[in-house]
Ligand binder design. Sequence first.
Ligand code: CS2
Length: 438
Amino acid sequence: MRLSAQTPLPVSVQVPDYDRADQKPGIVHIGIGAFHRAHQALYTDAAMGAGDRDWGIIGVSLRSGDVAAQLNPQDGLYTVSRRSAAGTGVRLIGAVQKVIVAADAPQAVVDAIAAPATHIVSFTVTEKGYLRGPGGSLDLDAARGSSSLYRFVGAGLAARKAAGLPGPTLLSCDNLAGNGAVLKALMRQYLLADHSGLIDWFDRECRCPATMVDRIVPATTDADRAAVEAALGVRDEGAVVTEGFSQWVIEDDFAGPRPFWEKVGAELVDDVAPYETAKLRMLNGAHSALAYIGLGRGHEFVHQAIADPAIRPVIERLMRHEAAPTIDAASGQDLSAYADALLDRFANPALHHRLIQIAMDGSQKIPQRWLETLAWHQARGEHCPSLEAAVAAWIDFLRSDRPIDDPLAAPLKAAAAGADAARRIFGPTGPIASPWRP
Ligand code: CS2
């Protein structure tokens, strides 16, 4: 039996305790993958459960029809399973109302953004979805392409202005340093090129708050879907599996109304930077290092790599002695406790988080995860043995026979093939000593 609004579920499953049919959509979310469904959609569902109203989510997939095929026949419903060594908790999420595939129905996306009830357009399009060219500015040719977020948002904003509607908040929920400011700058570049009459209105009406988003969400596998079906007696094609931990820090700078996410666990703050920098350099920096070093040593999952006695001290050092000193902590932010918590999260044996999933798109991830930390120490004449080992492992990964899933795969493979000199500088992967270490 397929999950839908009519399907009975075991009483252990937490279900939406608000009238789904009575909620207007208030959010258009572009890039409705597993991460959004286990994170922002869950906070929004909780806010409506706590009495907030009209924050239904219209999900948009820019390319693939997979999520629409999973969720639309299920009335937008799906389950989130939180897995830890202690067991699994399951929750049914009702916030998503439908999923539009932009490639099939482009005007429906523009209409959703332009709808009077829409106050927020949010994004999880991954690092490469921002279509930055060399130097970080917008790749205008790509931004004019059919699966570009900029085209849809530009057309939606134009329709709002023409209708005399207020501008929405554009909320980036991707792992970029300064994600709000990056989105704003790129959106302005696009508007200046293709909708120059909108730029003053955009500056006056719209806001692009920064966010720090954190929850480890492995790609759902067939085995996960089978386990959910065995536990619930219902087939959920849209199931997502995640850890218990979740954090969302949001800059409190919205163009108009927003859900009261702070009542259901999100932190609304003036300055996201210390949280975001810590998360990118410590969590994500450690993750990418675990991925390349771990794959090089024959591991498949994060929990296996962090249990490897040759790897764990490298990751501890990366977080505590290389990344943490570069971060200006906010008051009350304890980076040592953060590192402890991250080590526990990485060790979660129930999650089965594949290293190869983290290893993809290295060219897009490594700048904010490793290079800023390396540059900070380099400016002080210091070395980073752990990050140097991670770079060496990345070069080895690029030189291996594995398929490289990265928009810059071809130039990276070519550079890595000729990287003997760099490879010598960065030293061998393995129980990891840098020749740079004094
Ligand atoms: C991971 C992230 O795939 C990756 O690159 O590092 O998705 C990570 O799991 C999340 O950012 C955790 O919040």
